[in-house]
Structures are given as C-alpha cells and as structure tokens.
Design a protein around this ligand. Structure first.
Ligand SMILES: NC(=O)c1ccc[n+]([C@@H]2O[C@H](COP(=O)([O-])OP(=O)(O)OC[C@H]3O[C@@H](n4cnc5c(N)ncnc54)[C@H](O)[C@@H]3O)[C@@H](O)[C@H]2O)c1
Length: 304
C-alpha cells in the first residue's frame, strides 16, 4: 500500500494535452511529479506549457519547481507511489506500456490509466499484480474540470480505490467511484448517449446541427451544472418521467453502431475544426472564438 496521499510522489506518462494538465494539478497540490514522453518536442515544452497555464489562472508559479521532466521511462517511475498514464488512446500501446512500467516500480505502486473509454481490465490484463491497477478518467482541461472518475476493476484492491479517491480530493478534484469497469465508464456513456440522439435528429431531418446545439444550450443545458437528470426526474416526478419514457423511448435512436451520417462525414474528410468543416463549417476565427468562450466559462465556474 502506498504512503499517505499528502506525500505521494506522482509519475505522469505522456506530456500531451491531458498529461501536462494532470501533472500541473498534482504539482499545485504539493506533490513531486515526474513526467515523461517519447516525443522530445512534447517533453521539452511541458514546463513552459504548465507555467503558462499557472500564469493564466493566477495559480502559484512556484508549483512548476515540483515538476521534473524525464526522458527515461524507468527514471520517471522508479520512485513513484502513483503512476498515471495519459498516452494516446491505443489499447496495444497502453498494454505494452504498463507491462514495461511494472518492471521498474515497487510492488505497491498504484498504476492508473486515463483512457477515455477503453475498459481498464483490457489495458491491465497483462500485469503481474493486477490488484494495484485502476482507471482515473480526467476531463479536459484537467485543471478546470473537477470530475475524475476512479474506475475499479474486478481485481482492484478496495483500499487502493479509497486511497486514489482521497489523493484526487486532496488535489481539489471531484472523484467519482465507478464500481464496474464498463466501456465509457459513467461520464462518456451519458455524454455519447446524448450525442447519438443529437446526430440522429440531424440525420432524420428534424433540424440542423446548429439548432440541436442551440436547443440544448437554451434549455436543459442551462440547468445541467446544478440539476442532474435523476434529480430532475425526482423533481418532476418519477410518474411523469415514466409517462414521457413510454412515449419517447421507442422513437429515440438505439442503433448499436455509429450513425451512417457520422461515418459519411469522416469518409468525406469533414473532420470538424481540423479540416474546417464537420457538422458545421468553422473558420479559424470561429474556432478560436468557441475555444475562448469555453475556457472563459470554465474559468468562471472554477471553485463552484
Ligand atoms: N483530450 C481529451 O479531452 C481527453 C479527456 C480525457 C481522457 N483522455 C485520454 O487521455 C489520453 C491522452 O490524451 P491526450 O488528449 O492528452 O493526447 P495527446 O495526443 O495530447 O497526448 C498523448 C501524449 O502521449 C505521448 N506518448 C505516446 N506514446 C507514448 C509512450 N509510449 N510513452 C510516453 N509518451 C507517449 C505522445 O507523444 C503525446 O505527447 C488518451 O487515452 C485519451 O483518450 C483525453
């Protein structure tokens, strides 16, 4: 069992979008953090990226002194009490990496993956000590979105879940215990159930993409941060919820595969921001404006 959460040494594997933000959160919470990446450009810029975030958020700039980039994986994890992996979303890569990591850590070091949707069981199946493995699913940007889903597998020691929940709580995050290792965990299952229906509405000609988003933002989207769906169901009454479901659920998209509409967008090279068009067209100016609006909103909700 790793030491108390306050003095835990953290290793972050992958210095990309999520890895650098996760390192930042732990360093700000007072932990010594090592971080590694196989792409030197990403490792060389990690300190500058974290420093810029700390400046932008008005957080303690001294936190950066606690982050140590390491070229070598073994060096990054050797002293760690807790290792969190945030490399690309590729099952084979993650499986191989954890087998490598296990060769260099103590038997009681906790090993976590920040995969978005891949079952932790699949990632960790090749480990010798699978009882020390779990998932921690952060949300982007890690330093502004509070939730971290802490995923238990059939092998995970329950005390390690409690320890990991406490580690994240002490770092200012809002951990949620996912008791079964299902694809997409909790947050992404909910999010993508909504996305599936959003796409189906456009595909079915009920409205255009802009209207789907406008409807959500002007209605239940306004309440979602303070009123969860099940609180809402209780608020309006489970009897009303049942009546609505009896009418609406048979009409809602329940196809078990990705929508042909979405598949065609991808096949046509309409990849969203990166190609300038997805469900809608996006100029560089519109892309920057939307990104800025989201950041501004998240910063304003920080600490709430
Ligand atoms: N981007 C998001 O919104 C988000 C949210 C939650 C979870 N995730 C998950 O977090 C993980 C990382 O996503 P990201 O958005 O930060 O990706 P990213 O591409 O920004 O970063 C991945 C980093 O991993 C590095 N890397 C690849 N192979 C490596 C290896 N063998 N050893 C060390 N480093 C290696 C890459 O060079 C890159 O810097 C993925 O599993 C992703 O699904 C992403």
């Amino acid at each position: 069992m790793a030491k108390g959460v306050a003095e835990a040494r953290i290793a972050v594997i992958g210095a990309g979008l999520m890895g650098h933000g996760i390192a930042q959160v732990f360093a700000l919470a007072g932990h010594d953090v090592t971080i590694t990446d196989t792409v030197m450009q990403n490792l060389d810029t990690v300190i500058a990226r974290i420093a810029a975030n700390l400046r932008d958020l008005g957080d303690d700039p001294q936190a950066i002194a606690r982050v140590r980039p390491c070229v070598d994986l073994a060096e990054a994890v050797r002293e760690a009490d807790y290792v969190v992996e945030a490399v690309s979303e590729d099952l084979a890569l993650k499986q191989k990496l954890f087998v490598q990591i296990e060769r260099h850590v103590r038997p009681d070091t906790i090993l976590a993956s920040n995969t978005s949707v891949i079952p932790i069981t699949a990632i960790m199946s090749g480990l010798n000590r699978r009882e020390r493995a779990l998932g921690t699913h952060w949300w982007n940007p890690p330093f502004l979105v509070p939730l971290v889903e802490v995923i238990e597998t059939q092998w995970t020691e329950p005390e390690l879940i409690a320890w990991t929940m406490q580690l994240h709580r002490a770092a200012g995050k809002a951990p949620a215990h996912v008791m079964k290792d299902v694809p997409g965990f909790i947050g992404n299952r909910l999010q993508h159930a909504l996305w599936r229906e959003a796409i189906a509405l456009v595909e079915g000609g009920i409205c255009d993409a802009e209207t789907v988003d406008a409807v959500i933002k002007a209605s239940f989207g306004r309440r979602l941060a303070v009123l969860g769906p099940l609180e809402n169901a209780d608020l309006v009454g489970t009897d009303l919820t049942l009546a609505i479901h009896n009418t609406v659920l048979p009409a809602i998209d329940s196809r078990p595969t990705a929508s042909p509409y979405l598949q065609k967008l991808v096949a046509d090279g309409k990849l969203g921001f990166k190609s300038g068009e997805g469900f809608r067209k996006w100029s560089a100016k519109e892309q920057a404006a939307l990104r800025a609006k989201v950041m501004q909103h998240l910063k304003a909700s920080r600490g709430t």
